[in-house]
Design a protein around this ligand. Sequence first.
Ligand code: G6P
Length: 363
Amino acid sequence: DAGKGGYDHYMLKEIYEQPTALRQTIRGRSNQLDNRAELEALPRGVFSDVESVHLVAMGTSYHAAMYARTLLADRGIPAQAFLSGEYGSNPPPTGDRTLVIAVSQSGETADTLSAIRSVQGTGAQTLAVTNVVGSTLTRECEDTVYIRAGPEIGVAATKSFSAQVATLVLLSERMSQDIQGGTPRATSDLLDSIAVLPDDVQRILDESTAESVAKAYHDSDSYFFIGRGIGHPVALEGALKFKEITYDHAEGFSAAELKHGPLALVTERTPVFAIFTGRNDTKTLHNVKEVRARDAPVVAVAADGFGEIDEYADHVLRIPDTHNDVAGVLANVQLQLVSYLAADELSRPIDKPRNLAKSVTVE
Ligand code: G6P
């Protein structure tokens, strides 16, 4: 218990450690003056020959990888995210202009190690993005970037996701500088948003109304999470966290998929969490109207500036206005709080959910 520092669970402690973790992640890596993303260990030009990027990961790290795929695509860099457990057994073609980025908190996930091993000898360049110094992944990849989140004990990953995404935003900027044809987005706008990200997370932790949401809906049939763009992996992550620690059925999908199946399940007993990150919000708002027409309760996670949502949502969990690239980190913090508080309401063993392990070291 001493390690929990006064919190009831490691998960809650780690949720509250996010401002500190993010300060560590970005320290010295984002220079406001010369607009460059500095990832100290990587020599300049290390990505010059990269033509396509494969991101491989599992679980929460896979959601960070999906998020990064969108960040890279926005910068003109062809990128795909793969579940490493699939990639290792059915590897797609790679060559010496492919960069394979393995994203793993522990650096020990067997599927992710196996994905990296599957490209050894093909000429592909390999990069580990991990939290654990000296982990197996760092020894198997040519280069490593650390996310610097500090130790994460709770089985449900929290601060590692925020630190992974912040690292991947900076890495995307760095890659777009190295790769010919890449278009950096390092506007002062983005750099300002990264600089205040720890304070924005702190504001959410101080002001969140997630408790009223957790109390209102803890006996529903199912919980759905929808979002677009970077809001899509955040929806998947919101649902993963919710099912892992509450044991209730939760499903995340792209808001674009709603009409292609999931809408058949939407009733007044299926709360829908809708994630708005500042891009394509009008389309997601349209989806919200569709689920409301089926009497589903709507919990929106939306920026302070998105006032229009108030009319259509039963609850709005607010996030500070910020750059779209980092808005997903803030939205995810609100969803972490909802999952934690809902699981606590149900007295679940939050730090050690049944059948799950912090690190899955067998395939
Ligand atoms: C397990 C954990 C998850 C984690 C996933 C990937 O499933 O329970 O929290 O996201 O493994 O782990 P990694 O260490 O590779 O990020």
